[in-house]
Design a binder for this molecule. Structure first.
Ligand code: ADP
Ligand code: ADP
Ligand code: ZN
Length: 218
């Protein structure tokens, strides 16, 4: 099963993708995580994307499509959760081609619906574990022990450079201009499943599980 998690920055895509990975054995493919990794690896590509990401703009289609292509090649057919990809119609077309080439298809697009006020709160309270990637929030999902990751015990908890009010404004604008047309695109294909992303994390997970169970059983 291959699914897309679609939604604005802070909607909860990463949080739900990590759960699905654990609960359903799917593989999370986050282009944001891949790009952040590229930044720290000191490659030419990493240097090129750093300023774009910090400003909150979208990285070029060819770069992210290339990253996804590499992962699909190495994937073992367990199924993927695309988190933060596609973000443009060109990326959506490329994904369809790539999946077809690997004898696979898209099964569902889960749209996490959240209003803009909530996003500001989500983004300004977000921090993540630099070692295992677990996602936390100051108010809604704090780590049990301050400064320490519940999952792996690391004290390397970090906030993202682009999680500031100015970059968020640009990220939201990019989302509405370039990514939100995908909602209509996937609706027309009969693949869109909206969920209430404002609900607590557990509720959102239950809504998604219900959808996947329904499409998974004939
Ligand atoms: P968010 O948590 O805000 O949804 P991500 O971690 O998915 O953010 O992405 C962080 C940044 O990485 C984006 O603002 C953008 O600069 C870049 N990025 C990630 N995925 C893509 C993509 N599919 N296309 C273009 N740029 C991307
Ligand atoms: P995205 O990947 O879409 O940018 P994240 O999964 O990183 O979003 O979530 C953004 C922030 O909001 C994180 O701090 C996370 O802990 C928190 N969060 C995620 N889902 C919910 C929810 N349903 N209710 C409250 N807070 C949430
Ligand atoms: Zn951790």
């Amino acid at each position: 099963m291959n699914i897309i998690l679609l939604g604005p920055p802070g909607a909860g895509k990463g949080t739900q993708a990590r759960r699905l990975e654990k609960e359903r054995g799917l593989i999370q493919l986050s282009t944001g995580d891949m790009l952040r990794e590229a930044r720290t690896s000191g490659t030419e590509m990493g240097r090129k994307v750093a300023a774009i990401m910090d400003a909150g703009e979208l990285v070029t289609d060819d770069i992210v499509i290339g990253l996804i292509e590499e992962k699909l090649k190495s994937g073992e057919g367990r199924g993927f959760i695309f988190d933060g990809f596609p973000r443009t119609l060109a990326q959506a077309d490329a994904l369809e081609d790539l999946l077809a080439r690997h004898g696979q298809k898209l099964d569902a697009v889960i749209e996490l619906r959240v209003d803009d006020d909530a996003l500001v709160k989500r983004i300004s309270g977000r921090y993540t574990c630099g070692d295992c990637g677990e996602v936390y929030h100051d108010d809604t999902k704090p780590s049990a022990e301050a400064g320490k990751c519940d999952k792996c015990g690391s004290t390397n908890l970090k906030r993202r450079a682009d999680d500031n009010p100015e970059a968020l404004k640009t990220r939201l604008m990019e989302y509405y201009k370039k990514t939100s047309p995908l909602i209509g695109y996937y609706y027309a294909k009969g693949l869109l499943h909206p969920v209430d992303g404002l609900a607590p994390i557990e509720d959102v997970a239950r809504q998604i599980a219900g959808i996947l169970d329904r499409i998974g059983s004939p």
